[in-house]
Design a protein around this ligand. Structure first.
Ligand code: RIB
Length: 294
């Protein structure tokens, strides 16, 4: 079983600032660092550190091979990562003193896919395999169609949310993982008590996971609904916490753990990730998550 993760690879430029910059303000940063990020790469690294075989399908700009090397070093199968002309995707990230962030994205190589490339990288996939997707690459509908045609199971994390997501064939997804903003836009309500019910009506075949940041996560499936509280930790940087949750949740689900335990592992890994700066550098390995849970 392989998770094919069709996802972004970003160069994250992280600026520590006393507060998130306001309109018209010029603000000096306290420090700046450059690390591997992107929701796709983060989720691949989380899956690999959780012990799952993950093959990343993605693109970087020529000259940024250090990024795919770091993914490989983390245990990600990078046979499906191509170098293309032009810039890599990148993110300009402000992180304030409370660990909160705001992010500007440039799509770069993440927006250069076509059907031929996706068919090539998914050609060996079988119905035993999963396709994981986020919303930072172009070609999502095509990837979903290829996966559905092959009988693969699809997990989708529509982050960052855009208006076109609602038109995707989300009923094909075995797993949908959304935060509150994404859930509100898909469900068409801002009532927190109604979000999961509305999503369940729209996507009755999917396992739905609603992430709530510092308040934990809720899972809804045909059989049951579970809630998991988040652990209280000292927050350094929340960048990549949602991605860490997705990787660990999916890894636990694929390994056959029950729903409550999958939520527990996802929340534990995400809690650990916010105690360390940066996206991929903050994603814990399975031993650290086990130790935290024990
Ligand atoms: O989810 C965090 C990620 O969002 C960052 O690594 C950044 O690259 C943006 O894609």
């Amino acid at each position: 079983m392989t998770v094919y993760n069709f996802g972004s690879i970003n160069i994250d430029m992280i600026y520590r600032v006393p507060h998130l910059v306001k309109p018209g303000e010029t603000l000096a940063s306290r420090s700046m660092s450059t690390v591997l990020g992107g929701k796709g790469a983060n989720q691949s690294v989380a899956l690999a550190r959780a012990g799952t075989h993950v093959q990343h399908v993605g693109r970087i700009g020529d000259g940024d091979q250090w990024a795919s090397k770091q993914m490989s070093d983390a245990g990600v199968d990078i046979r499906g990562v191509e170098s293309v002309a032009g810039p890599s995707g990148h993110a300009i990230i402000q992180v304030d003193d409370n660990g909160e962030n705001s992010i500007i994205l440039h799509g770069g190589a993440n927006q250069s896919f076509d059907a031929t490339a996706l068919e090539k990288h998914l050609q060996e996939a079988t119905p035993d395999d999963w396709l994981l997707i986020q919303n930072e690459c172009n070609g999502i509908q095509t990837a979903m169609d290829i996966a559905a045609h092959k009988g693969m199971r699809i997990a989708f994390n529509p982050a960052p949310m855009t208006p076109d997501v609602a038109a995707l064939p989300l009923e094909q997804c075995a797993v949908l993982i959304v935060n509150e903003t994404e859930a509100e836009q898909l469900a068409g309500t801002t009532d927190p008590d109604e979000l999961l019910n509305r999503l369940a009506e729209k996507y009755p075949q999917s396992r739905l996971v609603l992430t709530l940041g510092a308040k934990g996560a809720v899972l809804h499936s045909q059989a049951e609904q579970f809630r998991q509280q988040a652990s209280a930790v000292d927050v350094v940087d929340t960048t990549g916490a949602g991605d860490t949750f997705v990787g660990y949740f999916l890894a636990a689900m694929i390994s056959g753990l029950d729903d409550q335990e999958c939520l527990r592992r996802g929340c534990a890994a995400a809690a650990l990730s916010v105690t360390v700066a940066g996206a991929t550098p903050s994603i814990p390995d399975a031993a650290a998550v086990d130790a935290f849970l024990n």
